[in-house]
Ligand binder design. Sequence first.
Ligand code: PLP
Length: 390
Amino acid sequence: MTDQDVWGMTTRIIHGQDCKDAQGSPSLPLYDTTTFAFKTTEALLSVIEGTHEGNLYTRYGMNPTLRALETMLAALEGAEQAWAFSSGMAALSAVFLAHGQQGIVCVGDCYGGTLELMQTQLPSLGIKTHTLLSSEGDRLASILKAGIGLLFFESPSNPTLQIVDIHAMADLAHAYGAKVVIDSTFATPVNQQPLSLGADLVVHSATKYLGGHSDLTAGAVMGSTAMLKPIAPWRKNLGTAIAPVTAALLARSLRTLPLRVRQQNASAGRIAQFLEGHPQVTRVYYPGLPSHPGHDLACRQMQGFGGMLALDIAGQREDATRVAEKLNLFLLAPSLGGTESLVTQPCTTSHHDVDPAERLRRGIGDTMLRLSVGIEDVDDLLADLEQALS
Ligand code: PLP
């Protein structure tokens, strides 16, 4: 057993071997280059043919900055390997194209872009998709039995914070020979380790908590070498590898991931309790609240409840809009997971392109607001919510 095996997550991120630079720099060096030169054609061929590992061409992912970042990303999820992408959607698309050719079934809510991809673009390529509500879980077994090869879900989900039983999903999918992919963006690797619960691949929009400062767009996929191998040609030929500059910025951001997330967990918990007792709020969606239907499951499969929550405002769509616009510290902006708090009205942002009837079917009402809790002083955030709600 090495030191690294017993270290906690933050120590591993900061002192892990792959973050070390031969020149002594404590931070990851940036190789901002598209290509790498060879002394001989024989040496070049040995890298292209894979008999020697080496650097070659950045779009292929064969760049030391990308590789070092990917080793850090894999370690975060306890995975054998990771690939880094130019966005979360690039990561999800490559996973679906590589592993979803026999069809994909999605259970529960998910980000509107992912839903659109599954309901529109993937079917146009001949890929069969099913998008089930979490209440339609009883249809899952018959869909998997028909040979659908990939089960996908988010937990917690965007924006209703539903909790899906990762272990139970993995057992069911594996019984029918299907693979399991989870988008764990909302949870972060600090709060949830899906591979240890049986998932085959974990996807993150690294734009969110992993990047953490709303200044980069990236995605990541973590899993076994065997599961990642078929994804590589899609990333290579769609040209969706992360850029080296973004990779270095993301590696820098990972150093504070556990600190940020622990603060966001604590603040979101206090805010959820405050909102639950507020007369202008009819419902709070936060897995850390005992009133949340997935609370017991979240206690079992998560180490923290995250920095995301949603609420329904008493009144009409315009009332929710007014509250969102009256907030000062919660910026009215799409996205999530940054150091600054954000507010969105999902029907106008993340789920704007989802058909209104489908939104309602999924419990995403027009009076719903979604909060991404940042790392500001929580008393200031509570005061901001109080003035906006009053
Ligand atoms: N997954 C989730 C849960 C998201 O919320 C988002 C974007 O909001 C994405 C994936 C897509 O990520 P990106 O914007 O990095 O492509």
